[in-house]
Design a protein. Structure first.
Length: 202
């Protein structure tokens, strides 16, 4: 018998990814890498793209280079792609529905940001208590965060930190790569804040 799916927990903080979720940049990444890989007779497919979504530039370039066996180093691929991306990024548009959660009136009453400040070292027992308290507060904060993501490894990172994740994947992404998300939506317009203890839209 399958284990019951846990109900979403109430949240107090929302975290939004930018690339591919709020801004329509993934199509630009695809166009740039399709062009570069095509020069060498290689195809930058969605199978390859799904491996690199959400990764840092050099790590992503290394994966692309190794997977497609491109005749260039990862560093060279980063240099070439970054130059082209700088040209096309100004053309990026907003993703459909990306204003829905951001414009929710209850966001005015949510905690804004959480940060860390250095503590002065005075005595060892005080420092230890502060460290333990900071760790506990961080864990509580993570449990109250809801992350909006479109990349599979971004989802995994948020889940590993104890946060819930609403995933809005590209329609080309393999559905198997969306299975770990707390909730999967076709668009941010489909988000129902009441599922996470927030007031519904007016």
């Amino acid at each position: 018998m399958a284990a019951p799916v846990p109900l979403p927990r109430p949240v107090t903080h929302l975290l939004f990814d930018m690339d591919g979720l709020l801004l329509d940049t993934e199509r630009l990444y695809s166009a740039v890498f399709e062009d570069i890989c095509g020069r060498y007779g290689k195809k930058y497919s969605w199978d390859v793209k799904s491996l690199v979504m959400g990764k840092k530039a050099l790590e992503a370039a290394q994966l692309i280079r190794d997977t497609l066996q491109l005749p260039m180093s990862a560093e060279e691929l980063v240099e070439v792609s970054q130059a082209k991306l700088k040209e096309v990024f100004p053309t990026a548009t907003l993703m459909p529905g990306n204003g829905s959660p951001l414009q929710h009136p209850c966001l005015q009453n949510l905690h804004g940001q959480a940060g860390c400040s250095p503590w002065s070292r005075r005595e060892s027992d005080t420092t230890e208590r502060l460290t333990q308290t900071s760790f506990i507060l961080t864990m509580r904060l993570c449990l109250q965060c809801l992350v909006f993501e479109d990349a599979p490894n971004g989802v995994e990172a948020a889940l590993a930190a104890g946060m819930q994740v609403v995933m809005v994947p590209d329609g080309n992404l393999n559905p198997d790569l969306t299975s770990k998300a707390t909730l999967v939506l076709g668009s941010l317009q489909d988000f129902q804040p009441e599922l996470f203890g927030l007031p519904p839209y007016d």
